[in-house]
Design a protein around this ligand. Structure first.
Ligand SMILES: [Ca+2]
Ligand SMILES: [Ca+2]
Ligand SMILES: [Ca+2]
Ligand SMILES: [Ca+2]
Length: 290
């Protein structure tokens, strides 16, 4: 090896070591602040209900036998596999705004032969359901919770074609026409945007603290009129069926496209949604009586 060759290999070596160092630095800065939990691969068991709930804004009669995996907030979402900082955020109004005061919720899901049931018990500092560029389909610019479902789940990556449904509830106690919204698709048209038909939905919102945005949402959606519409693959639900699932919880509170927690999924592409499985009725958590 002559001197020029030795110098060449020395420079090449330094370059390779330096570039792999920066690559590692880049990777670690992406992931430095969070440990990933591979939750999206879990299958969420959603129980059948033996007694139909009364849709009145109180979840007490069914929440203990529904699916819930506890309280979600942005810190918990940050440690999930699907977290993206640009899409998951909440609005900071003042220096003394605390994350724990802003947005957190328990979500509930269950089913029976006629309905899918949705519930949420939410802590929120403000209720914000107005916006300058209002259009009926813009639930995602208002306080709202949307359950995205693919029924049944398949292995094809799709965005709101037949089988994909978003049931979106704007947290507006005036119950405008767009308050219960349905984004879905058919074999020929994707992203059909329309209010949920009145005979396909019942929902109640109960604001639970004067002057704040805290609320309880209780809803049921008729499955034949929604999942069963425009979908040749649809069959009445039975234990063991798997559906795609994502929850989109919007909390703009004055910020442009403001707050947004995505839970069990990343975006409109159903290949990036989690999986739930319809299960048989579930018993309550056994608690020791003191
Ligand atoms: Ca109830
Ligand atoms: Ca908030
Ligand atoms: Ca809010
Ligand atoms: Ca699909």
């Amino acid at each position: 090896m002559n001197n020029y060759t030795a110098v060449f290999y020395t420079i090449l070596g330094v370059f390779l070591i330096t570039s792999s160092f920066w690559q590692l630095q880049g990777q670690s800065s992406d992931h430095a602040n969070r440990a990933e939990i591979h939750y999206i691969n879990q299958v969420l068991p959603v129980p059948q209900l033996e007694e139909a709930p009364i849709i009145d804004g109180n979840l007490d009669e069914w929440k203990s036998v529904a699916f819930s995996d506890g309280r979600w907030d942005i810190e918990r979402v940050r440690h999930s596999e699907w977290y993206q900082a640009k899409r998951n955020r909440i609005t900071k109004h003042r220096e003394d705004d605390f994350i724990e005061d802003d947005l957190s919720a328990r979500y509930y899901m269950a089913w029976d032969s006629s309905y899918f049931y949705f519930g949420a018990e939410v802590t929120d500092n403000f209720n914000d359901v107005t916006e300058a560029k209002h259009a009926p389909k813009r639930w995602y610019y208002k306080d709202a919770i949307a359950w995205f479902l693919e029924a049944p789940k398949d292995t094809v990556a799709e965005k709101f074609v037949a089988g994909n449904h978003a049931f979106c509830f704007v947290i507006d106690t005036l119950r405008p026409d767009y308050g219960a919204w349905w984004r879905h698709g058919s074999d020929s048209v994707s992203y059909i945007e329309e209010p949920l038909p009145n005979d396909a939905v019942d929902y109640e919102i109960r604001m639970s603290n004067e002057g704040r945005g805290d609320f309880v949402l209780e809803a049921r959606v008729a499955i034949q009129a929604t999942f069963g519409a425009n979908n040749p693959d649809w069959q009445l639900p039975q234990a063991g069926d798997t559906y795609g699932i994502m929850i989109v919880h919007c909390d703009p509170d004055g910020g442009e496209y403001g707050g947004h927690l995505l839970i069990y999924g990343k975006n409109d592409n159903d290949a990036n949604w989690g999986t739930l499985q319809l299960s048989k009725p579930q018993s309550e958590i056994l608690r020791k009586i003191k």
